[in-house]
Design a protein around this ligand. Structure first.
Ligand SMILES: [Mg+2]
Length: 182
C-alpha cells in the first residue's frame, strides 16, 4: 500500500481564531478560508490531524469538558466530509511540566506516521508558534509558519533561519505549498 500524505495542524491561530486560552464555545470561529482549504486537502488525499497545546487545562483556566465542547463546535462549523479530521491530540501540561505530547515534542506525529502508514516526505506541521514548527522539525517532517495567530516578528525570523515555509495563513499554505486550487 502506498504511503499517504498528511497534515498536522495546530488549532488556535491556525484553524480557528486565537483568543488566548480559547475555551468558550461562542469564541470558536474558523479563520477565513480554512474550511474550503481543508476540503481541498481531503479531496487530494491528505490525512488530517490536529495537535494542540492546551496548558490552560493544567493552569486551571478551563476544563477538559470546555476544551471538548470547543472542538465539537469547531468540527460542527467546519462540517468536513468523511474522513474529516482523523485524530485530535491535546497536551494539557504547562511548559514547566513533563509532557509526552506537548509541542515541540514529535511524539504524536511519529505515532501517527506509524499508525496510518504516512509518508514523512509528504507530511507537514502547520501552526503559528515556534513550538509548532519545532514539533515538525523534531519529527523529521516539513513545517509551515502562519501569520494568522500569535507569532511575533522574532519568531518569524527564527522560522526563516530554519528554512520553514512562511505564509499568511493556512489557506495560503494549501495553495502555495500543496499547490491545490479551491
Ligand atoms: Mg496556535
Amino acid at each position: 500500500m502506498a504511503l499517504a500524505p498528511a497534515l498536522f495542524l495546530d488549532r488556535d491561530g491556525n484553524l480557528i481564531e486565537d483568543h488566548h486560552h480559547t475555551c468558550e464555545v461562542h469564541q470558536i470561529s474558523p479563520i477565513s478560508g480554512v474550511k474550503p482549504a481543508l476540503e481541498a486537502c481531503l479531496q487530494a488525499g491528505y490525512r488530517l490531524f490536529i495537535l494542540t497545546n492546551q496548558s490552560g487545562i493544567n493552569r486551571g483556566k478551563f476544563t477538559w469538558s470546555q476544551y471538548h465542547a470547543c472542538n465539537r463546535r469547531m468540527l460542527e462549523l467546519l462540517a468536513l466530509p468523511t474522513p474529516g479530521i482523523l485524530e485530535i491530540k491535546a497536551a494539557p501540561e504547562r511548559p514547566d511540566e513533563p509532557s509526552v505530547y506537548r509541542k515541540p515534542s514529535p511524539q504524536f506525529i511519529l505515532e501517527m506516521i506509524a499508525k496510518y502508514q504516512l509518508d514523512p516526505a509528504r507530511c507537514w506541521m502547520v501552526g503559528d508558534r515556534i513550538t509548532d514548527w519545532d514539533a515538525g522539525k523534531n519529527a523529521g517532517i516539513r513545517s509551515c509558519a502562519v501569520h494568522s495567530g500569535a507569532g511575533r516578528p522574532e519568531d518569524f525570523a527564527y522560522a526563516e533561519s530554519q528554512g520553514f515555509a512562511i505564509r499568511t495563513d493556512f489557506p495560503e499554505f494549501v495553495r502555495v505549498d500543496l499547490g491545490l486550487k479551491f
